[in-house]
Design a protein. Structure first.
Length: 248
């Protein structure tokens, strides 16, 4: 996945491009079908398709948003806007193009203001796409058509962000102590780490130290028993509280 550099006014948009080893119609469905969306992006979704329709996505009580479909060109271009959540008047464009062996997907989120008040939104969308689009690629290339079970732990912190990052991902840190193994896909210190997880049937894991002063660990699994995933979630919640409170 590549990020497009920008300057001046264009610096206030987030653009990502990635190659997906899946046909265009499968990528389109992953972006526009409610069931497919819940296999890689939100926890719950509903879609009213077509121009003027809507896509409603919900993760938990902290994020619940309905977007309006502004462009609907199947297998080519989807544009959704967020007019119901001022002052965040953002829009996201998805451009799809067939390529040898799969699809090139380009995603552009625009509409950020220029002031410092927008910095957290801009940073959050940037790091969000760095993970979510890898999650889309991972789902379509390795688990297409399978439902997802998520383990998610979220705890607040008050320490320096770099200090927390080291406690999580540094030598002898929380991640090392979990014993998880896999392939590192992306890392931007002290913001987030993305990796696959061998122990849970090639799951995908995100460790994030967000600007909003929370540590979030999220693992998307496929073909793993729900009870096992929720047991992991409970243990991670407990152990992360210990990490950020210096009890471990």
């Amino acid at each position: 996945m590549t990020a497009s550099p920008s300057a001046g006014p264009e610096a206030r948009r987030v653009e990502r491009s990635l190659n997906v080893a899946a046909p265009v119609d499968a990528v389109w469905q992953a972006l526009t079908d409610a069931t497919e969306l819940t296999r890689w992006f939100p926890m719950r979704a509903s879609v009213v398709p077509g121009p003027g329709g809507s896509i409603h996505m919900q993760w938990d009580e902290t994020y619940d948003a309905e977007s309006r479909i502004e462009v609907w060109e199947p297998n080519r271009h989807l544009r959704i806007g967020f007019p119901h959540h001022p002052p965040v008047l953002l829009a996201t464009d998805y451009y799809l193009e067939s390529a040898k062996g799969g699809t090139v997907l380009r995603v552009v989120t625009s509409g950020f203001g220029e002031g410092a008040d927008w910095d957290e939104w801009f940073g959050g969308v940037s790091t969000g796409w760095d993970f979510e689009l890898r999650g889309l690629k991972h789902y379509l290339e390795h688990h297409r058509g399978r439902d997802r079970v998520v383990a998610m732990a979220r705890v607040p912190f008050t320490q320096d962000r770099v200090e927390v990052w080291q406690a999580l991902t540094g030598p002898g840190g929380w991640l090392e102590r979990t014993g998880l193994s896999g392939t590192l896909l992306h890392q931007t210190a002290p913001a987030q780490l993305v990796m696959t997880v061998d122990q849970y049937n090639n799951a995908i894991l995100r460790v994030e130290v967000e600007m909003g002063r929370h540590v979030i660990v999220w693992m998307a699994t496929y073909g793993v028993a729900t009870d096992a995933v929720k047991a992991v979630q409970r243990e991670w919640q407990r152990s992360l509280v210990a990490v950020v409170s210096h009890e471990s």
